[in-house]
Design a binder for this molecule. Structure first.
Ligand SMILES: *Cc1c(COP(=O)(O)O)cnc(C)c1O
Length: 239
């Protein structure tokens, strides 16, 4: 007879398989190459036991937003050699730890933070993969560089040798309407393509569009997302 934790784990596995199915279906529907869209499970607020369950389903990269919480989990799970993505807002006094512990940072939104990460990334580690977070819906309360300033930021960040500029991240304002969701992601894709053609930026590894979460991942796939950051629909609701 399954115990309580067994049924908790099987519910988790069922949810993650359902998300994989949604992603594969959307890839087919929108003419994306099968398997080309990466699912990044966002484990913030969820325990390391749940991360291990998702690892058992074949996932090796996880997203976290809160540094203190992430530090503990990364230490606890060190044996698993997981890849950690920092996706939350960054205060300057946190950059040293982020530069030491993470493989990716999705949420660069100002030059000062990029410079600090560049200075603090150890020469013993590969360059830190970074995306620039764009405030696509122009919400005053949200972090992210404005669309008008993202070119300038990219021009600065691409020069930093300990950072590897990969692309853009965005969190559009919540909407339950597919076309509205799609318009916002389309605007991010347009910025992504424009920067790709800028000779003074010319980032050699410009290949990542980190957009789409539990509620809007199909629209993001339709507009070229390469990494989906999925929390709730994999791990369940956050307290
Ligand atoms: C929490 C979080 C997510 C996951 O959101 P869900 O709606 O739970 O899928 C994605 N991206 C960022 C930046 C987050 O902070």
């Amino acid at each position: 007879m399954p115990d309580a934790s067994g049924s908790h784990d099987s519910a988790l596995l069922q949810r993650v398989h359902h998300v994989v199915e949604r992603v594969r279906t959307a890839e087919r529907q929108f003419g994306r190459k099968p398997g080309s869209v990466m699912i990044l499970p966002v484990s913030k607020t969820h325990p390391t036991s749940d991360i291990k369950t998702i690892v058992s389903a074949g996932f090796t990269a996880f997203g976290e937003s809160y540094l203190q919480e992430a530090e503990k989990k990364i230490a606890t799970l060190a044996d698993l050699n997981l890849q950690w993505h920092f996706i939350g807002p960054i205060q300057s006094n946190k950059t040293a730890s982020i530069a030491r512990l993470f493989h990716w940072v999705h949420s660069i939104d100002r030059e000062k933070i990029a410079q600090r990460l560049n200075e603090q990334r150890s020469a013993n580690l590969p360059p830190l993969n970074v995306c620039l977070q764009v405030n696509i819906s122009g919400e005053e309360s949200k972090s992210g560089v404005s669309p008008a300033q993202v070119h300038d930021l990219a021009t600065q960040v691409v020069k930093l040798p300990r950072l590897r500029l990969r692309g853009l991240m965005a969190i559009p304002v919540r909407s339950h309407d597919f076309e509205t969701q799609r318009q916002a992601f389309h605007a991010v894709q347009e910025i992504f393509r424009t920067i790709d053609t800028e000779p003074e930026i010319s980032a050699p590894d410009w290949d990542t569009l980190s957009m789409g979460m539990s509620d809007d991942l199909e629209a993001a796939i339709a507009e070229g997302a390469t990494i989906l950051r999925v929390g709730t629909d994999i791990f369940g609701p956050r307290e």
